[in-house]
Design a protein around this ligand. Structure first.
Ligand SMILES: [Zn+2]
Length: 249
């Protein structure tokens, strides 16, 4: 029997087709039978399994900017949709000091199964949202990817910024976001931090770079968006910057 799983959700699918938000690490769910991949439940609730707060920020942005959001419904420890299919970190054996028992013996057949259950349907949902924008407006949407990062990884210094803007080739969009966010005196903004935005095979590479669609990835420090109030506040804070960045390009 082929197992089926609801691997993605599109919020506000009829919203403004010129902007698409994607949220790769919205959830720490797994398909039936996988549980917490052998990890204690409290380990699986940590940032290693998902981007804490990113779903709430994305939903609020969808409402504030009236745009569609495609979000995953599976844990990045099950399979990471922000990696290429052949990336060695597609299914992590180890993350921030934790060994993932349920991933220890993953072979090629199991990798294929997880690709078909979650990874490929999620990517197909993003493709469908882009196709809808092309059909309705004659061009692909601008794309913003929402993630969250943890203040401190094991053994490393604390990260000093609240928000990071990650980008590859689209310096116009990233530059506009960096400039307008840096004008807010109480914010410290990471420039291609905590990670570099150039990762061939990742979600933005597949969906935006290959189509030359304007895009940027926004990382918010996860302790700021743990609560619904924090998620609403930060979405309200980011929304005008996103709007402004694309009105300039
Ligand atoms: Zn993420």
């Amino acid at each position: 029997m082929i197992q089926e799983y609801r691997a993605h959700e599109t919020v506000n699918p009829g919203g403004d087709p010129s902007l698409l938000i994607v949220c790769d690490h919205a959830s720490n769910a797994t398909p039936e039978g996988y549980g917490t991949l052998g990890l204690p439940a409290d380990e699986f609730a940590r940032h290693i399994a998902w981007d804490i707060g990113a779903e709430g920020v994305s939903r609020a942005l969808s409402r504030l900017l009236d745009c569609p959001v495609v979000m995953s419904r599976f844990s990045r420890l099950f399979i990471d949709p922000n990696r290429g299919e052949d990336d060695p970190t597609l299914i992590m054996r180890l993350s921030d000091g934790a060994i993932i028992p349920g991933n220890r013996d993953v072979d090629e057949a199991e990798t294929e199964k997880r690709l078909d259950l979650c990874y490929r349907p999620y990517n197909a949902a993003i493709d469908a949202a882009i196709a809808r924008a092309e059909a309705e407006t004659g061009r692909g949407p601008n794309i913003i990817s929402i993630h969250s990062f943890t203040r401190q990884l094991r053994g490393r210094p604390e990260r000093p910024y609240q928000v990071g803007i990650l980008y590859d080739w689209d310096l116009d969009t990233a530059g506009a976001l960096l400039k307008s966010l840096r004008a807010e005196a109480d914010l410290t903004i990471g420039d291609n931090e905590p990670y570099h935005g150039r990762l061939p095979g990742d979600c933005m590479w597949r969906h935006a770079t290959r189509r030359q669609l304007s895009n940027a990835l926004i990382e918010v420090r996860n302790d700021l968006i743990e609560t619904e109030a924090g998620q609403e506040d930060w979405a309200a804070r980011l929304a005008p910057h996103i709007e402004g960045a694309f009105s300039k390009t």
